[in-house]
Ligand binder design. Structure first.
Ligand SMILES: Nc1nc2c(c(=O)[nH]1)N[C@H]1C(S)=C(S)[C@@H](COP(=O)(O)OP(=O)(O)OC[C@H]3O[C@@H](n4cnc5c(=O)[nH]c(N)nc54)[C@H](O)[C@@H]3O)O[C@H]1N2
Ligand SMILES: Nc1nc2c(c(=O)[nH]1)N[C@H]1C(S)=C(S)[C@@H](COP(=O)(O)OP(=O)(O)OC[C@H]3O[C@@H](n4cnc5c(=O)[nH]c(N)nc54)[C@H](O)[C@@H]3O)O[C@H]1N2
Ligand code: SF4
Ligand SMILES: [Mo]
Length: 721
């Protein structure tokens, strides 16, 4: 057969680059950027180009594998599902549904996985749900819920009209312009604006690639953005630089903000964040005066103990200076599916955790609570876990504590391509399907693109015969456990009936699955620019389809607060800010004088690509990056072997001396030190670099987002030997 070309998009990150995949004999020969894609391809990177290396990973799990003693043996799906269902049901019968827990990681949001996973979790009725949000974007969810009335209401950036970019805790030159929004080619578009006269200010303790190109770089003390942004808000409100109309008509609570800043002192705030007061004042004034401006906040803001307050203040700066829903600011893109309405219709999970008595955030508990929920005996103790698309021992705080807890489980099931660090105690390894091997319609992120856009993510190659998509695994488990899928009577019977019909007619697509839901979502989709989307429109546009121009004016109508206003000063945030103001200034403990920062690498995707052959030309490892002045004090030279330690762990890595981190900050990239095991051949595990999250204590958390100090933990550094 001649090679064929498949047009689809990359599903590693939300940049969603259009790609052209050359396929020969069910093998990927080449992946290139798809320049006919009208919306997104210009961020295309080596991760997308090498995506087939994971598909063809020499250690890929090809069939379910069951642990027998210290080894694994292959089994059929029937055996796997029957055994897992029976063991889980026995635990539920003995201890109740909370005996079953789940962790779902970042990639679970890039397919229909989560819909069906929730269907299974609702079938069981467990509250023990843990997700990646507590080590990523929970702060944004908490802020959006309180200010806009929906945790999913994420504003998108109107880069091409912006005159003043205040980028806080984000490095778009490396990570692309995406989090809970995506602006394809966003960084280059911002640089284009800069050439036309726009100003870019980057706030980051690290002199990143983005900071290198900025007009100004404020090297904030890690975790203290709240003080910096509060100071800017104070300058704007005290000097009357706010947008009068929006403060009165769009928002409520601005008077509460005035009272809050009246209690704050600029010199105090400047000293907390360690940015000169004069710099804060000039940025605040220029930001407020700019014709069009935006604050953008990301993981550099959220992964701290005061992350939610800082995230909130970033949104507040946009609101009070009239940046919402105006050209060059942030707007709301409604997309073709009304995700906010659908989210409001689904039953919100609420539950207080057993050990720490904490509420759920965004429908799940925080990763830092998981170890204690596994190890503390009593009713509701987790006895069985599923890890769905995740590597929490590496991505979350205090991985060693979680690893010890996972070892105690009666049953651990990992759904993934390879057996990674977090899966080392798994009783079952279930082989997953890569995005190159599956069809996806990401309808629930349609409101996160910076223009109305749809593309069907077509599969390029068939998956290995023994791999299965998560949706099917969760449906099979619900049926085998005889628990009602989606917690609704009758669904299991319906699913079985469609399976029977599919079998009898030889038409597999008659079986209930994600394509049913996709069709339904399109049939009930909202009109975009006056036109309702049709399934055949999507199919007729394999390169993707822009559904008309960007529209302003949707922000206010999308608000889901009762009074349809932005709540600028939710009392819990104001209270938390007051508490932060009352705390003493941050001082590093004498044993642990440095703060541990993090970087992303163009060629890494969190923890899942670092061990691929050929992706890290500069060598496969992470290192500790130290400011020359700190290195001199420690007597360290480039390449020296160094021990980095905290109260909960220690790691060893080579030192690199660089001006990148400010004094008192050392950088170790996350996502390394995650072993890839060989359940088939029993060769020794492959591992590169060190897991820096072993140094992060999971105890102290941001009370609002329940996120640990992932990017501001205190550590000590010393030369080895
Ligand atoms: N210190 C520090 N820690 C961080 C961060 C940081 O900046 N600093 N970043 C945080 C952020 S933003 C994130 S998103 C998290 C990520 O945290 P996680 O999502 O827990 O971890 P990943 O490293 O993304 O691992 C994803 C796993 O899913 C698997 N996988 C990929 N696709 C699929 C699929 O389709 N199906 C299945 N079943 N498995 C799949 C991969 O092989 C990999 O094992 O890490 C967080 N941790
Ligand atoms: N190449 C690549 N791209 C990715 C990913 C990847 O792993 N690799 N991951 C994707 C994912 S899951 C996500 S969530 C996004 C994340 O996108 P971003 O949030 O833009 O991620 P980073 O590049 O880590 O940028 C965070 C920046 O915050 C800085 N920072 C750390 N602490 C502080 C602080 O206290 N204050 C301030 N102001 N800054 C601080 C860090 O030094 C870093 O430069 O990227 C996505 N894109
Ligand atoms: S990983 Fe690279 S190619 Fe894939 S969507 Fe993100 S930026 Fe694009
Ligand atoms: Mo993330």
């Amino acid at each position: 057969m001649a090679p064929r070309t498949v047009y689809t998009f990359c599903r590693y990150c939300l940049a969603s680059c259009g790609i052209e995949v050359t396929v020969d004999d069910n093998r990927v020969k080449k992946i290139s950027p798809e320049k006919q894609n009208p919306h997104t391809w210009r961020d295309f990177c080596a991760k997308g180009r090498t995506a087939n290396q994971l598909v063809e990973h020499p250690r890929r799990i090809l069939n379910p594998m069951r642990r027998v003693g210290d080894a694994y043996v292959e089994a059929t799906w029937d055996e796997a599902i029957t055994d897992i269902a029976a063991r889980m049901n026995a635990l539920i019968d003995a201890d109740g549904p909370d005996a079953i827990g789940i962790y779902y990681g970042n990639p679970s949001g890039f397919s229909s996985n989560i819909i069906f996973m929730n269907g299974w979790l609702d079938a069981i009725g467990t509250h023990n749900r843990y997700f990646v949000g507590s080590v990523d974007q929970n702060a944004m969810h908490v802020v959006a819920e309180a200010m806009y009335g929906s945790m999913l209401m994420a504003p998108v950036s109107d880069i091409d009209n912006c005159d003043y970019f205040l980028l806080v805790g984000t490095n778009p030159a490396v990570s692309a312009w995406n989090w809970l929004e995506t602006v394809p080619n966003g960084w280059r578009r911002a640089l284009d604006r800069q050439r036309q006269g726009a100003t870019i200010v980057v706030v980051d303790p690290v002199r990143t690639e983005s900071a290198e190109h900025a007009d100004a770089h404020l090297a904030v003390r890690p975790g203290q953005d709240w003080a910096l942004l509060l100071a800017m808000m104070k300058v704007i409100l005290d000097e009357g630089l706010e947008h009068r109309h929006d403060c009165a008509e769009l928002a409520t609570g601005v008077d509460d903000l005035r009272r809050l800043v009246a209690a704050a002192d600029l010199d105090d705030l400047a000293s907390r964040c360690d940015v000169p007061r004069a710099d804060i004042e000039s940025v605040a004034r220029d930001f407020a005066a700019a014709r069009a401006a935006m604050v953008v906040t990301r993981t550099g803001v959220s992964l701290h103990l005061a992350g939610t307050v800082a995230e909130w203040l970033g949104h507040v700066l946009n609101v009070i200076t009239g940046r919402m829903d105006r050209p060059g600011g942030r707007r709301y893109e409604p997309g073709y599916v009304d995700a906010l309405r659908l989210a409001a219709m689904t039953k919100a999970n609420s539950h207080k955790s057993r050990v720490w008595g904490r509420d759920m955030v965004a429908g799940a508990h925080a990763l830092s609570e998981l170890p204690d929920e596994i190890t503390t005996p009593g009713p509701g103790q987790i006895r069985a876990m599923v890890i769905n698309c995740g590597n929490p021992v590496v991505s979350g705080p205090d991985g060693a504590k979680l690893d010890r807890a996972l070892a105690q489980l009666d049953l651990l099931v990992a759904i993934d391509f390879v057996q990674r660090e977090s899966h080392r105690h798994a009783h079952w390894l279930l082989p997953a399907v890569h995005w190159l091997e599956r069809d996806d319609l990401l309808a629930f992120t349609s409101n996160m693109h910076d223009e109305p856009y749809v593309q069907f993510g077509a599969k390029a190659v068939d998956p290995p015969p023994g791999a299965q998509q998560e949706w099917r695994i969760f449906v099979d488990l619900a049926l085998a456990m005889d628990k009602p899928l989606f917690g609704a009577k009758g669904v299991n019977g319906f699913v079985k009936a469609t399976r029977r019909i599919a079998r009898l007619t030889g038409r597999p697509r008659l079986e209930f699955g994600p394509h049913w839901i996709n069709r339904l979502l399109i049939a009930t989709s909202r009109k975009v620019n006056g036109r309702r989307l049709k399934w055949r429109d999507i199919m007729a546009h394999p390169h993707g389809l822009v559904l008309g121009p960007r529209e302003f004016g949707h922000f206010k109508e999308a608000l889901r607060t009762d009074d349809k206003k932005v709540h600028a000063a939710p009392p819990e945030f104001v209270e938390q800010a007051r508490q932060l103001l009352a705390e003493p200034h941050p001082v590093a403990p004498s044993d642990y004088p440095f703060q541990l920062a993090n970087r992303r690498n163009r060629h890494s995707m969190n923890s899942w690509l670092n061990e691929l052959p050929g992706l890290h030309p500069s060598g496969k490892k992470n290192e500790v990056v130290i400011n020359p002045a700190d290195a001199a004090t420690l007597g360290l030279g480039d390449g020296d072997r160094v021990r980095v330690f905290s109260a909960v762990g220690e790691i060893e890595l080579p030192a690199v001396i660089s001006e990148q981190p400010r004094r008192g900050v050392v950088i170790v990239d996350h996502g390394w030190g995650s072993r890839v095991f060989d359940p088939h051949g029993n060769k020794s595990p492959e591992s590169f670099g060190a897991n820096r999250n072993l140094l992060v204590d999971g105890g102290p958390i941001d009370p609002l987002s329940q996120t640990a100090a992932l990017s501001s933990a205190y550590v000590g550094v010393e030369r080895v030997g």
